[in-house]
Design a protein around this ligand. Structure first.
Ligand code: SF4
Length: 211
């Protein structure tokens, strides 16, 4: 059968390839424009995303949408996916809470799905939401505090490189949820960090308009 993002998503919905199949409500399918030149890539779905089936919902998603709106972008014009498509959770005294995915979960899910998504979508730019996603594409030495907001070439040695007709540019931005953390724990840093995020997203908008 001719491979499309739609057929990919319909197979992804039934995926049981890693341990994250246990306890999920549903696979959180990528969302947004199927022809976007820009792909936003996060680390993993949250518990809220697990309930809605949509990446970046709940408080983090609201912040992301507000930031995009402020710079004149809409999430419906962007493609949004994650390194893993099922909610990684742990039991914290009877309450299920988010945890980072382990390396094998990321390796399994990206090899099965994200690589296939990129081959079909052919994005010109990958925007990593947070340091973990950036390190996945740019290497473990990538430091988001030092290098956010700058465009990098996807390394030609990356396992993703053979998937692209033209290698995409890669940029990391701070996790939108970080703003929520700052509001609660370091309010003096909120405004300058908000400006950093908005500046980086304006650069994403420029690339989207030039593509
Ligand atoms: S996280 Fe990815 S590989 Fe694991 S079960 Fe979900 S869709 Fe499949």
């Amino acid at each position: 059968m001719f491979d499309t993002l739609e057929t990919t998503f319909s197979e992804m919905r039934r995926c049981v390839a890693c341990n994250l199949k246990n306890g999920r409500t549903q696979v959180v399918l990528p969302s947004g424009a199927r022809d976007s030149r820009v792909a936003l890539i996060g680390h993993a779905p949250s518990g809220t995303d697990d309930a809605t089936g949509i990446p970046y919902t709940g408080p983090a998603g609201e912040v992301l949408e507000e930031l995009l709106f402020k710079v004149g972008l809409r999430r419906s014009n962007l493609y949004i996916s994650n390194l893993v498509n099922c909610w990684p959770w742990k039991d914290a005294g009877g309450t299920l809470v988010n945890r980072p995915p382990v390396a094998l979960e990321v390796k399994t899910c990206t090899a099965l799905w994200l690589q296939r998504e990129f081959a079909l979508l052919q994005p010109k730019a990958l925007v990593c939401l947070g340091g973990q996603a950036a390190q996945h594409f740019l290497g473990k030495n990538f430091k988001i505090t030092e290098s956010r907001g700058a465009w990098f070439d996807l390394p030609s040695t990356s396992p993703y490189a053979p998937l692209f007709d033209t290698l995409p540019k890669v940029m990391a931005v701070l996790q939108p949820a970080y703003l929520i953390h700052l509001q609660q724990h370091a309010p003096e840093s909120y405004a300058p960090t908000l400006e950093l995020l908005l500046g980086d997203l304006r650069e994403v908008k420029r690339v989207l308009e030039d593509a």
